[in-house]
Design a binder for this molecule. Sequence first.
Ligand code: NDP
Ligand code: 8X3
Length: 254
Amino acid sequence: MREKTIFITGASAGFGAACARMFAAGGNRLILTARRVDPLLKLQEELAADAEVHIIPLDVRDREAVQGAVEGLPERFRDIDILINNAGLALGLEPAHQVDLDDWDTMVDTNIKGLMYCTRFVLPGMVSRNRGHIVNISSTAGAWPYPGGNVYGGTKAFVTQFSRNLRCDLLGTRVRVSCIQPGMAETEFSSVRFKGDGEKAAGVYQGTEPLTAEDIAETVRWVTSQPPHVNVNTLELMSIDQSWGPFAIHREQK
Ligand code: NDP
Ligand code: 8X3
């Protein structure tokens, strides 16, 4: 297989770092981005023997920075084959009437607007080369509601529908778009959601065998290694230990 240039957002941890490790082979070129530089530097060093790695400290909420990152890529990294729109987060689990509005803003700015910016700046090159694949990381939370999922789930529903709408706009090109919807996976996700409360974060996974970051990277690898005429639209996966609950019904105490 021809070597690929792969742009990964949120590569400093979790799914993004696992994708970097998964794709670091066969002369692939990796563009790894995130806000934290140290983990990116460590990853660059770790993967140096297997791939060319270019790191960019990047906050996806900053539209000009995203534009600068894409337009300022070194020549060898310019022709992006795969964009993995992975950077994202959940903050809090409070009901809508108690939530911190700043948390809602941060989730919208990161999960929706950041993903929009990365897509918009990378896509023209893919269309002009008539080749490319955008992989958007959504969530089961974008398809199924749960208490406290309010805006996080809403942002992921955006990611799912945006992915489908991109396919409509790209019909007639060879640019593919896939949306992956993972359920509970053990990464830094819950620690971020609960703002560093490790005990609360660990409680999410206690007694279960959650998905791992490597499971998601393997899914991304499978989706992107299908023959060029195959577009995997949406792929939902969960741990065997996760499923749906019954409808919640409120009953008045008589
Ligand atoms: P992690 O917290 O382990 O990783 C999140 C990554 O996103 C980090 O690299 C972080 O880097 C980056 N990130 C967050 N905010 C920004 C920002 N403003 N600009 C750039 N990068 C940012 O979580 P996961 O790996 O689990 O999550 C990855 C994606 O998968 C997210 O979109 C999440 O919503 C989604 N997801 C997670 C699930 C789970 O259960 N873990 C399930 C379904 C979907 P840094 O802090 O250095 O910027
Ligand atoms: C992460 C999965 O169920 O914590 O997107 O929202 S969940």
